[in-house]
Design a protein around this ligand. Sequence first.
Ligand code: BGC
Length: 737
Amino acid sequence: MQESDLRQLLSQLSLDEKIGQLVQIPGTYYQSGSVLTGNLSDSTYTAAQLKLAGSTLGIWGADTIRSIQKQYMQRHPHHIPMLFMLDVVHGMRTIFPAPLAQAASFHPELVCQGASIAAQEASACGIHVSFAPMADLARDARWGRVMESYGEDPYLNGIMTEAAVDGFQSTPSFVSCIKHFAAYGAPTAGRDYQNVELSEHSLREFYLPAYSKGIKAGAGMVMASFNTIEGIPATGNRWLLRDILRKEMGFEGVLISDWGAIHEMVAHGFCEDDRTAAKYAMKAGIDIDMASNAYGNHLKDLIESGEIEELLLDQAVYRVLSLKNRLGLFEQPYPVSDSHTQAHILLKKEHRQTARVVAEESFVLLKNKDSILPLRKSSKTVLTGPYVNAPDMHSSWAITGDRRDSVTVLNAAENACTEGFSFLPVPVGPVLRDLSGLHRPGKDELSQDIEALSDPDSLKAMEKEVLSAVREAENVVLFLGEHRLQSGEAASRTDIRLPEWQIEFLRSVHEQNSRIVSVIFTGRPLDLREVSELSKAVLIAWLPGTEGGPALMNLLTGKCSPSGKLPMSMPYHVGQVPIFYSQYATGRPVTGPNDDTFYRSRYLDCPNDPLYPFGYGLSYTTFQISDVQLSASTLTCDRTITAAVTVTNTGQTKGSEVIQLYIQDVTASVVRPLRELKGFTRLSLTPGESRQIHFSITEEMLRFHSPSGAFISEKGLFRLWISNSSIGGDPVEFQLL
Ligand code: BGC
């Protein structure tokens, strides 16, 4: 539709019809049994509202959506089609590893491919918008939604957000919604939905850049966050949404609230009632009200009383209509697929294959003593632990996935057995045996499963069988981990260790056989001290998705070599979190391992460093990185210098390495982090092969948020490292003139 036609359509809409475009009604009102991601008790919709609502969420399926759209359009006075939105967080039916795992791949092209496949599958199911990616910087492992994030580093977060937006939007009839604007990933003490306390400096410097990258990549939508910023809920925060998002970042797309968030401004103590909340949200610039119905119930009155200018409403409605137009809905309102073609697109062989590659590249090898991995063909290996036969390797956000599609470790091991490996799988019961710390939806279903699988006598018998099998075996691979319901939305934890029974199980196995490889399934960084002490190898599998089993077997048997790197520091102890590598120095830093001065910035009972740092991860081969060669030791605004290293595969097998560039601004008018990631590249080398890697250093890379509000660089000394983690490597120095 031409812009002029769209404007004309807008001019023909009645006030109620315009407001309808801004109302998003949960799919359950159009189809029973659709997914709910929040409480419905506060939202009751009238028949008129259902007739006019411009969008819905949580329903999918080409035939279902066609039929709902048909009925809806027939009833709508102007036959304007409806938008169907959904959380397609890490895959539609083919489930990819969770976003945190994808970040560990340090492979943006793969993240882009994964999002592109997710969009193709979702589009085949009639979906127009995915509420993803989540661009929230996440530094606190207690927060359950770290699983949905790209981790602790602003640069990596930005690159991955951009890649995901590119991938989603490579399907022209699909739009990506970046969320949650802003700083939702920094809730106080890691508790979900808690308020956020950040300086404007930290907000702008570390938290905003990833959203900005996604917006520059053309994301069609942004979702506001639940939290407060500077004491004001984001949903009603004009400074955040109008000044920063719209004016500074130039976002012209549709801005949606999070689920029920307009209404929640009452609970925040920011608005006395829904009417005021609707007024504040509208003034702040929220276009669509997701699931609170404050707009549906109050906007008309607010406009008629003159408290809200109709112009504001028209602008918001125009943005929604423009999005429908961008998606081609006025020409093609119905899914092009039907259930038959949809079935051909979902879970295609190539989709599974990409999911497997993403999983392989996301695994992070933290320890590999005596090169116990990869497993040797002749050696007898017991495979056990709760994840050995668990099909559920998805996250709590994989709402459209089906765990029956997953290939378990056990299935994959059977294939490996036929290739000459000697595996003895011994199951040991479900991931959780006790649900006392798990107050959430899904718990009841889980407790039935657990009850069915956790008869104390049979668990004991299984454990006995494991212990006798491991005594005879050469190696033991333990597939351990958190349950997927222990991370994700509203799933914050203060104890970030493995479930207690699994630790006890590990101890008992260790008494029989110390050649243990621990494979850890998790949606967050965990305190793995004891696991690491008792295991020869530790491999982080994250929540690897549909192809988790084969990907793991490929890696354990050496068909491919691990190459993932930690996107978040693995803490030594929960008391350290939020812990991240790019901290500031303090006035009283610990100067080295022998510094025993008392008045230093440290813990009495725990090291300052994490157990494993950001950017860290081993391979089956070894790499040597040469000293850094700088093309010049001075940099000016109009020139670039090059930092180069030669990377050599010094081991016996082919492998990939992520080479990382870090810079420190040694002295500045605002203190700067000790190191900041400024670039990375992934390369694959055969044994003995060398390659030169170059990074261009520009003045722009050295800018930071100054008290004046501008991003500036300052002359002076800089240090630069090229290394394979956030620690290590020898720095070289240069001056910015
Ligand atoms: C979450 C959002 C999600 C929305 C819709 C909310 O509870 O915070 O991330 O997109 O539900 O499902």
